[in-house]
Design a protein around this ligand. Sequence first.
Ligand SMILES: Cc1ncc(COP(=O)(O)O)c(C=O)c1O
Length: 371
Amino acid sequence: MRIAEFGLERYFARWEFAVRHLLCASDVEAWRLDDLLALADDETARLWNDLRLGYTESTGHPLLRAEIATLYDSIGTEDVLVFAGAEEAIFCLSNVLLGPGDHAVVTWPGYQSLYEVGRAAGADLTLHELREADGWGLDPDRLIGSLRDETRLVVVNAPHNPTGMMPTHAEWRRLTDELAERGIHLLADEVYRFLEFDAADRLTAGADAIDRGVSLGVMSKSFALAGLRIGWLASRDRDLLARCAAFKDYTTICSSAPAEILALIGLRARDRVLARSRRIVEANLPLLDRFFADHADRWTWVRPRGGSIGFPRLLGDETADAFVARLVEAEGVLLLPGSVIGHDGNHVRIGFGREDLPTALAGLEQFMTEA
Ligand SMILES: Cc1ncc(COP(=O)(O)O)c(C=O)c1O
């Protein structure tokens, strides 16, 4: 398989562990192991202490699958397949559903593997472009207009990386009804689900919305446990999950035994885990609002509606690439220029899930004052 380089991951490989402040991370500040273990109930504490480090069940630990299923309304244990992060799930599903002669529609800009893997598998891809002028909103009619007879998959990421976009309930229903009618699979990338700033905006999960809906979840973002590398697909389409499980035999076979138990602990304690994530995000977002209001002559700011990242645009003559390069040199603060994800609008990705955001933002402020 030939596949284009993953621009964002190459960028992080260069910078993530070399800078003082990562102001473009998409995840929430990770839990300490001790703090997470303190949330274990009797059963999970026993599972952790008695853990044997052998191979695990390839579909995922049954208790973990059962716990994941409770995140949905219509999903049972058998409708969940566990992967090594969301990334492996995207890889397997795209390969299973897409090949030469097939077509898929994917929201864009976005997380590259959501379209690159399908493209590498030989499918024809339409990128459904979200536009700043529309508040980065999804346009269901335009998206539906791009469907073809050979469309096998529509991928929507919401809350969206990198804009924080979320469709309204009406837009979501319009799209999902149409896909149901046409029998097209939906991959709902919901890795930022539960970080909606207004809980009333939380969409019906893809897996609950339609028979061929597939929800993509992960412990990395809202659950602030990226290092576990535990993700999942949930769907009532068991035949599709079985094909993904068979494909996974060629990737990881099964998940890491310690990670599965730690994910189970985190999910069983999800009220506390998610409350912590929301606390961090809700403390940081007003600081960004103030920063962008103070610098409205230099930046646009479409306030995200969920998740932990936004996509402001740098105004003026300087390119976002040059600005970001000078900033990291001067202050050790890393932003991500849109060019890294193939977007040419002079935007940068800014993350607000980390606890050092006030310090990182002070570095950016200082840099702008001096510039
Ligand atoms: C929208 C989206 N989907 C999937 C992923 C992959 O998640 P993970 O790296 O935890 O596998 C990411 C990670 O940034 C993402 O932003």
